[in-house]
Design a binder for this molecule. Structure first.
Ligand SMILES: Cc1cc2nc3c(=O)[nH]c(=O)nc-3n(C[C@H](O)[C@H](O)[C@H](O)COP(=O)(O)O)c2cc1C
Length: 180
């Protein structure tokens, strides 16, 4: 069988969802930014996930970017379904107040988006939820002088496929200006 992991590494945020008082998080490696104006973000979620049914019902979701130190939590959230267990309670996850939408926001994310679903597109065995970013949370002091994230301060979780992860080595970061 041909492997389908040539495109890794991917950053893995936690996708937060909530409907009728039930809140949940799951990790999703298949996600990306799509547009700057309006700011648009897309996440690819299999219909069998509990998260899928919550987002489908509520029309909103959060994208929570977390540091490598939360890797074990991420694996736990990706190993069980919110359909069977209250993962937020079980893992003792602390939330912070969302600002614009009724979505769970992980208190210790270094950045998080509150998104409102604009369109849902079927993509094989997954559905793409395309969301407008309505609000961006970001912790102080994660940026360097040039405005990029300082990877000495935060270490995104990179997924390599097959339950394998890496942290970014900040000494590998390089900026090369484009010719205009
Ligand atoms: C590193 C990692 C990345 C994942 N990426 C995705 C993804 O992009 N889309 C998806 O549908 N499931 C993905 N999963 C699987 C779900 O996170 C997992 O099935 C989770 O338990 C679903 O939880 P839920 O049923 O509470 O929504 C991923 C799991 C892991 C560990």
């Amino acid at each position: 069988m041909t492997e389908f992991n040539q495109f890794y590494p991917c950053v893995v945020p936690l996708i937060g969802s909530r409907y009728e008082g039930k809140s949940n998080f799951m990790p999703a490696a298949w996600q990306t930014g799509l547009s700057k104006a309006p700011m648009t973000y897309c996440v690819s979620i299999a219909p069998k996930r509990y998260t899928h049914s919550l987002i489908k019902s509520s029309g909103v979701f959060s994208v929570n970017f977390i540091d490598f130190k939360y890797l074990k939590l991420l694996v736990r959230l990706g190993s069980a379904s919110g359909r069977d267990v209250d993962k937020i309670k079980d893992s003792g996850i602390e939330l912070k107040q969302s600002v614009k939408l009724d979505v769970p926001v992980f208190k210790y994310s270094y950045a998080a988006y509150e998104c409102s679903v604009q369109e849902t597109i079927k993509a094989g065995d997954h559905d793409l939820f395309i969301g407008s970013i309505i609000y961006i949370h970001e912790t102080d002091e994660i940026r360097n002088g040039s405005g990029t994230i300082d990877y000495h301060v935060v270490k995104p979780i990179l997924y390599l496929g097959k339950d394998t992860y890496a942290a970014m080595d900040p000494s590998s970061v390089i900026t090369i200006k484009r010719d205009r």
